[in-house]
Design a protein around this ligand. Structure first.
Ligand SMILES: NC(=O)c1ccc[n+]([C@@H]2O[C@H](COP(=O)([O-])OP(=O)(O)OC[C@H]3O[C@@H](n4cnc5c(N)ncnc54)[C@H](OP(=O)(O)O)[C@@H]3O)[C@@H](O)[C@H]2O)c1
Length: 200
């Protein structure tokens, strides 16, 4: 398969690209890095990416920005970022990308455990994650040409916890997190949320 990974230069995306590259051709996209650059917050940028990359068999997104901050500190810009980048950016990958993906192709988006297991400070992230899961569940009913769409729900990644100066013990490594993305692309799931710890 030829697989486009948006966010391929990030912590999770790098591990997903490495694992999938054993069996597939990988096209790596990032914001500033990678083979191609894209801004998830811009439909025009997403359209340009798909035009430049050509037909692919699968799209994975391991990007999507949203702020971790107390509810009382969240201003309009914080809600806008989560809605336009993490949520609509990934939804637009499906809306625009469906014309560039081959029959039986797939989309795998990134949500996160904070949708169902929130914590103080996670309001906009939880909001976007929950909406992404619902989007995939509903859009899966209507995609034609046997296209599939799923979300992966990572838990805290060990490497991220280390970067943040936290104890990484309860986290899941990026390499183990990547296994859920492989299952989503190589399996026949449609409209489901794959919880990363279930695929280790
Ligand atoms: N890490 C965790 O513990 C964890 C847990 C649960 C959920 N998640 C979710 O998983 C996703 C990836 O997390 P991560 O920790 O791997 O992130 P990361 O290490 O910060 O990497 C982010 C990736 O997204 C790209 N990117 C940044 N802004 C972008 C934009 N506007 N348009 C397109 N691409 C953009 C970056 O490209 P450049 O390198 O070129 O800047 C990079 O490839 C996020 O949605 C996050 O919420 C992460």
């Amino acid at each position: 398969m030829k697989i486009l990974i948006i966010g391929a230069t990030g912590t999770i995306g790098k591990a997903v690209a490495e694992r999938l590259s054993e069996k597939h051709e990988i096209v790596r996209a990032g914001h500033r890095d990678g083979d191609f650059q894209v801004d998830l917050g811009s439909k025009a940028s997403i359209e340009a990416l798909f035009s430049a990359v050509g037909t692919i068999d699968a799209v994975i997104c391991t990007a999507g920005a949203a702020n971790f901050a107390p509810f009382s500190d969240l201003d309009d810009a914080a809600f806008d970022l989560a809605l336009t980048n993490k949520l609509m950016g990934q939804i637009n990958l499906v809306r625009i990308g469906r014309d560039h993906v081959s029959d039986s192709g797939s989309f795998t988006l990134t949500a996160g455990i904070l949708s169902r297991d929130p914590m103080p400070g996670s309001v906009v992230i939880s909001m976007a994650n929950g909406a992404l899961e619902s989007f995939a569940r509903a859009a899966a009913l209507e995609l034609d040409r046997d296209l599939r769409v799923n979300t992966v729900s990572p838990v805290f990644v060990k490497e991220t916890m280390e970067m943040m100066g936290m104890d990484p013990t309860p986290g899941l490594s990026a390499a183990d997190t990547a296994k859920a993305y492989v299952a989503a692309v190589e399996g026949d799931y449609n409209g489901v949320t794959l919880d990363a710890p279930d695929y280790v």
